[in-house]
Design a protein around this ligand. Sequence first.
Ligand code: HEM
Length: 143
Amino acid sequence: MDTILSLHSLVAYVVLIVLLLAVLNAFWGVFGNRSFGTKDLRLSLFGLIFSHIQLLLGIVVYFVSPYFSAWESGIGAVMKDATLRLFLVEHPTTNILAIVLITIGWSLHKKGATDKKKFFRIAVFYALGIVLLLSRIPWNQWL
Ligand code: HEM
């Protein structure tokens, strides 16, 4: 449990930093009228890959976490307790949704007819993803 949670905790920094860089780079691409090159592709792809690694780690963490046994007391008990609700419901569902958005952004950028469209799709979908992720990070336990 400790190792997998430490990994999930560590990869969280990497995911957030890489996604933030990808978003800033994409907005710079949109407003700077740059062409979408290999570095842009790599940065966006790293954002996608690390998000997916974090998703897999999160799924494992979910089932091995001590919080998980709280389900035995029923859904009512979980939803009534803010901490349990965060770890067992809000953090997982919001983050899965965020990663779905990031994946959609990645797929749509590939279909973008112009470089501006490619940058724009990465910028918007990845930015939405980050906002969702940041909204449900267990800050007081993490930092
Ligand atoms: C990019 C997506 C994600 C990020 C950035 C993220 C980030 C984090 C962070 C920073 C923590 C606190 C770690 C600590 O206490 O040191 C955490 C805990 C946790 N995460 Fe995630 N997470 C993500 C996705 C997920 C997903 C998809 C799931 C489940 C399906 C999940 C399940 C959990 C659980 C259950 C805990 C609490 C574990 C415990 O303290 O026992 N996470 N996450």
